[in-house]
Design a protein around this ligand. Structure first.
Ligand SMILES: C[S@@+](CC[C@H](N)C(=O)[O-])C[C@H]1O[C@@H](n2cnc3c(N)ncnc32)[C@H](O)[C@@H]1O
Length: 277
């Protein structure tokens, strides 16, 4: 597989074993959504497909099953440690039709017009150069092929009953993303971004999840705040002491069986590259 030198990734959530576990858990959580998307795409077996920013798994297992033995799945990630993790997952799950590449999503070095489906999930919200990544995704797609993007929008991200520490942490993290050129409300704009790149038959689907005190994602916001602690403090968005106070207060609130957490909305948008472009 052709690889190009990775550009330093701005991915703020790291690439350690804890992030691998989180991403594998999340892949399970989103399994129904993954299949709901793939059911709507023209995959009948034998296709060549690309998962951009695959992380330790992404949707490569579902793609592998859909394209079958005659098909090929390529997983691409800018972060060599993620590709190493993906290598482990692919071996553990015996995904024989999957290969991996290390490259930046905006400059993959992969052949133009060579994939029947180019997909990405939860990457665009985490990179500052979304336009370049989408341009590259379209360029990699065969005429008549499909580009599919999935990303979140913090539209629905609330806890019930409300809590001031929730609001404080959401605001600080959203601002950290903004200062890094990224946007936590990207999801709703995905269909328009595809249309503006000349894709046709653009469709959209959205869903969310609700968590209770027994669900691991009940504390996702707290986990994020801890993970981004140094960046939040360096940007002057919160002090260490404030962060500790909010995390403590919010942990107690989220541990209450009566507290619900509504997750961000997952937007899925897909469209066809016209046969003539
Ligand atoms: C939130 S994870 C999502 C992983 C996977 N798509 C999934 O849905 O489980 C974001 C992934 O994008 C990768 N990434 C970040 N910036 C990238 C870039 N510029 N090019 C390629 N991959 C990138 C990260 O290394 C990470 O694996």
């Amino acid at each position: 597989m052709t690889t190009s030198p990775p550009t330093p990734s701005p991915y703020l959530l790291g690439a350690d074993d804890e992030e691998r576990r989180r991403l594998l858990f999340q892949a399970e959580l989103l399994r129904e959504d993954t299949h709901a998307l793939l059911d709507r795409l023209p995959l009948s077996g034998g296709e060549r497909v690309l998962d951009v920013g695959c992380g330790p798994l992404g949707i490569m297992d579902a793609l592998s099953a859909r394209v079958g033995e005659a098909g090929q799945v390529v997983g691409l990630d800018a972060e060599p440690r993620m590709i190493e993790m993906a290598r482990r997952t692919v071996a553990e799950r015996r995904l024989a039709n999957v290969s991996l590449a290390t490259a930046d999503a905006a400059d993959t070095g992969l052949p133009r017009s060579s994939f029947d489906l180019v997909h990405t999930r939860l990457v665009l919200m985490n990179v500052p150069h979304t336009d370049e990544v989408l341009d590259e995704m379209v360029a990699l797609t065969t005429p008549g092929g499909t580009v599919a993007v999935q990303d979140v929008d913090w539209l629905t991200r609330v806890c019930e009953p409300p809590h001031p520490s929730w609001d404080r942490l959401v605001t600080a993290i959203a601002e950290l993303w903004r200062r890094n050129g990224m946007d936590v409300t990207l999801g709703r704009r995905l269909p328009g971004m595809l249309r503006r790149r000349g894709l046709v038959d653009v469709r959209v689907r959205a869903s969310t999840h609700v968590f209770q005190h027994t669900d691991p994602y009940q504390t996702l916001l707290i986990d994020r705040a801890r993970l981004c602690r140094s960046a939040l403090v360096e940007h002057g968005l919160i002090t260490d002491a404030e962060l500790d106070d909010h995390v403590g207060a919010l942990s107690r609130h989220l541990d209450d069986p009566d507290t619900l957490v509504v997750h961000a909305t997952l937007f899925q948008a897909w469209g066809t590259r016209p046969a003539t472009t």
